[in-house]
Design a binder for this molecule. Structure first.
Ligand SMILES: [Zn+2]
Ligand SMILES: [Zn+2]
Length: 340
């Protein structure tokens, strides 16, 4: 299950907090970090973020960095993981070094930064006790299937989007791993009773195909038993897109990238009447946002990143423009009162 919360107010800086619940573990991911966006988030949740994913480093997407970093710069149990498009390591390091650090000699904290671009992933780590001066553990590897990071329970992939004048914005897709459930009717058919043996059968790993298991007095091949008993349920999926304007080729790649996601959170910066501004500033107008949702056949579209050039009445019209082409469109629930 994936729950998401749009942070910030309409017409102000926004971010998205994602909670990915596999039943065994909950991962919390933050997408962008605008000014004041974390004010409504519990401190415990901010301190347990599994990853912070930046689209790009325009101020409205990163002005809340200090507060997030203050709560995470010295985590001992796991590094603070940050991700973004090319140049992320330089920007993040500058931000981390923009303080006086003279009391951290014994600090255990680590920050792991991954940037992607041109189908490569560049990773490095910074240590709190080193005052974030020298990157270590530097690696460079090919980006496979656009994946920037994978936990056993979920995968985050990224795509480069054109935001004009050489500025790349990252779009992200989060996919939960497929889940394997035991079909109880099949258990009965085989005359088997649930027991501790189920754990071995339901734990999908690199078990050799010849491995057997004894249940009661019968011996089964583990792989065959899996095939008979388990049913796969597709994991939930979520996409985050903001601040971009693709050309035709990029649009095709983007649509394939987010195809069939359950939820798409997408910017709605400009009304149709301001297409010229959308073109000039490398954003989208309402029809273009809706068209992406239609082409990608997403389950649901949630709009955010509205421009403060408009009144709430304008926003309502904009919302109508998107919904006309893609009816399964909504605003974040907390914003409903802003609809005129
Ligand atoms: Zn921007
Ligand atoms: Zn923006």
């Amino acid at each position: 299950m994936i729950n998401f919360q749009i942070l910030g107010e309409p017409g102000r800086d926004n971010a998205v907090l994602l909670s990915v619940d596999s039943g065994k573990a909950v991962h919390k991911l933050l997408f962008d970090c605008g000014y004041g966006c974390l004010d409504s988030v519990a401190i415990a949740d901010i301190m347990s973020l599994d990853g912070v994913f930046f689209s790009h480093f325009h101020m409205d997407h990163v002005s809340g960095f200090d507060y997030m970093f203050r709560l995470n710069y010295n985590r001992s149990e796991s590094p603070l993981r940050m991700f973004g498009p090319r140049d992320t390591r330089r920007v993040v390091q500058h931000r981390m070094q923009a303080y006086t650090w003279n009391l951290v000699d014994d600090a255990a904290g680590k920050v792991a930064v991954t940037e992607f671009g041109g189908n490569r992933l560049e990773r490095c780590e910074f240590a709190t006790k080193d005052q974030f001066r020298v990157p270590t553990q530097e690696t460079s590897e090919p980006m496979i299937d656009r994946v920037v990071y994978a936990w056993p329970e979920l995968t985050v992939s990224a795509i480069e989007l054109d935001h004009g004048s050489g500025c790349i914005s990252a779009g992200y897709v989060v996919r939960q791993a497929d889940r394997w459930n035991v079909e109880t009717s099949k258990l009965a058919e085989l005359g088997l009773k649930p027991g501790p043996w189920l754990k071995q059968v339901t734990t999908i790993d690199d078990t050799p195909s010849s491995e057997t298991i004894v249940i009661g007095e019968r011996t089964f091949n583990v792989a065959e038993l899996r095939g008979q008993l388990l049913k796969s349920t597709p994991g939930a999926s979520f996409a985050y897109l903001t601040d971009f304007r693709p050309n035709d080729v990029e649009m095709e790649e983007l649509v394939a990238f987010i195809k069939h996601v359950d939820v798409l959170v997408c910017e709605n910066s400009y009304a149709n009447q301001d297409l010229d501004l959308a073109v000039k500033n490398f954003h989208l107008c309402s029809d273009e946002v809706a068209q992406i949702a239609v082409s990608a056949e997403v389950g649901e579209l949630v709009l955010f990143h509205l421009s403060d050039r408009y009144t709430s009445e304008d926003w309502s019209k904009q919302f109508g423009e998107v919904r006309r082409l893609f009816p399964r469109t909504s605003w974040p629930p907390a914003w409903q009162s802003a609809l005129a």
